[in-house]
Design a protein. Structure first.
Length: 230
């Protein structure tokens, strides 16, 4: 029996590549994705990706998507309450595992393991421990196409936001910035890759600064720019 897996989906490169890795494992069946969406702005939390683009990703991946709406601002207690309710629903659906695209941050992994302990749903980490300098290049060589949607200007110059995640960008990253942005230096949106059955055409819209971060408003091709980014 294959393990029925739901994948935590951020809309970015790490979760997308985790899907690609899981799709190659015979003992795994990815049966869906789940994402937290900011209720106020109707965008993926932190990545600030529009719901419309998120739905296009799920369509290209050929998988159902569970959206967990969270308020803004959202206390840790409220976040955990909504996630606990989601876990309870997944128990009723006979989900065996939650998969996460985490790479090496031990505290985040420990938190996920703690919150799922004893519920019968196993946390798995298909990318765990992969060297990010190699992984980032492997993603690009493997056909992944992504743009930076969010930059933490305390760690990376705002000029990087909206740029394509490619070899040129990696070559320009300052020393100390993780090539996969694992320390929160940047977040991304994936528009193509081996985990999708086609390409999502996008344009880069308005660049805005909010709550100490710089965001690029990515728009599906043909959608008029709306000035409510992030």
């Amino acid at each position: 029996m294959k393990k029925r897996v739901l994948l935590s989906w951020s809309s970015g490169k790490d979760s997308a590549w985790a899907l690609h890795v899981l799709q190659q494992q015979r003992e795994i069946e990815v049966v869906g994705l789940f994402t937290t969406v900011n209720q106020t702005h109707d965008r993926v939390a932190m990545h600030a990706v529009r719901r419309e683009l998120l739905m296009l990703q799920a369509e290209r991946a050929g998988l159902p998507l569970d959206i967990i709406e969270i308020p803004s601002p959202c206390s840790n207690a409220e976040y955990e309450a909504r996630m606990s309710a989601f876990v309870a629903r997944c128990q009723q659906r006979s989900i065996d595992c939650f998969a996460f695209g985490d790479l090496y941050l031990e505290d985040i992994r420990a938190y996920r393991e703690q919150k799922l302990a004893g519920c019968g749903i196993e946390p798995i980490f298909p990318l765990w421990g992969m060297p990010t300098a190699t992984l980032s290049r492997d993603m690009i060589e493997g056909g992944l196409r992504a743009h930076l949607t969010c930059v933490d200007p305390k760690q990376l110059a705002p000029q990087f936001v909206g740029r394509m995640f490619n070899h040129a960008l990696l070559d320009e990253l300052p020393a100390g910035v993780d090539p996969c942005g694992e320390n929160g230096e940047f977040h991304s949106f994936v528009s193509a890759g081996p985990m999708f059955d086609g390409v999502i055409d996008i344009t880069v819209g308005e660049i805005v600064e909010r709550d100490g971060f710089v965001f690029a408003d990515l728009l599906p091709t043909g959608v008029k720019e709306i000035t409510d980014a992030a």
